[in-house]
Design a protein around this ligand. Structure first.
Ligand code: ATR
Length: 270
């Protein structure tokens, strides 16, 4: 039996694609270790972290509902993760728990892989939840001209002030969306209602759209854009690359991201 060196803490945890992706990458590099998903309810988070502190584990990925609440339990947090207010990767070093956010890297890398330029480009973010924070941080840092829209304007306003974004204050998306180079959907619309999109099909930006949802892989939002001949970026890229960065932090080695995507696609039945 190979020793488990990396974990995912989530609740629920059973539908995660991360174990498949990480284990395929570990095996391909001949690393004798395994990654395991653990169902950790909120009240057990602290105990579960303490259990691993001196266990020889390399680290932990965090998913819903732990990304924000974990911060107070860590010994250190990178400035980036602190700004975003979320940690999705812990590195365990000498019994200390270091919090990182690799979602930002994952998101930006997925755009880069699609040959999408962001510097000085007008980019609209839909949604103002936790995922929008990571996307906004990454795009701002890359020098994009970022606009934000959310169903509840108040939430978007708070994010716009915090990250210095331009706020779209109307409850309905304006036609000026057409002047944006790209649109990123961080709302949960495609996930909760697979046949819905937060944007009407006739309203498209100039060049590209990206959805951070990967189940389904092609959301209605992406399908509408593809049918208008726009470039589309699915949410699996962000998942794969956030995982790859965590893998690198833990092992010092670069995993095979093509293989990771391939096994994730298989698991999704695509
Ligand atoms: P996460 O942390 O994954 O981003 P979240 O904090 O629950 O999740 O945020 C979900 C986002 O999807 C929010 O921006 C939410 O809008 P509200 O702030 O107005 O609730 C957005 N969202 C969810 N359902 C939506 C819908 N039917 N139409 C438009 N936006 C929706």
């Amino acid at each position: 039996m190979l020793p488990t060196r990396a974990y995912l803490f989530a609740h629920p945890a059973k539908h995660s694609l991360s174990p498949m992706m990480h284990n395929a990458a570990l095996e391909a590099l001949g690393i004798e270790a395994r990654y395991e998903a653990k169902d950790v309810p909120p009240q057990s988070l602290l105990a579960a972290l303490e259990e691993l502190r001196h266990s020889g584990a390399w680290g932990i990925n965090l998913s819903i509902p732990h990304k924000e609440t974990v911060l107070v339990h860590l010994d250190s947090v990178t400035p980036e993760a602190k700004m975003i207010g979320a940690v999705n990767t812990i590195v365990i070093k000498n019994g200390l728990l270091e919090g990182h956010n690799t979602d930002v890297y994952g998101f930006m890398r997925s755009l880069e892989q699609a040959a999408i330029e962001t510097r000085d480009k007008k980019i609209l973010i839909l949604g103002a939840g936790g995922a929008a924070r990571a996307v906004a941080y990454g795009l701002k840092k890359a020098g994009a001209n970022v606009l934000i829209w959310n169903r509840s304007v108040e939430r978007a306003k708070a994010l716009a002030e915090e990250f210095d974004l331009k706020l779209i204050e109307t409850p309905i998306l304006p036609a000026s969306l057409r002047t944006a180079h790209g649109v990123v959907n961080t709302t949960s619309v495609g996930l909760e209602q697979p046949n819905s999109s937060p944007v009407s099909a006739d309203l498209q930006p100039k060049d590209w759209v990206c959805d951070i949802v990967y189940r389904p892989l092609e959301t209605k939002f992406l399908k509408n854009a593809r049918e208008c001949n726009l470039k589309t970026v699915d949410g699996l890229g962000m998942l794969v690359h956030q995982g790859a960065k965590a893998f690198e932090l833990w092992t010092g080695l670069e995993p095979d991201t093509k293989l990771m995507r391939q096994v994730a696609l298989q698991e999704l039945g695509v």
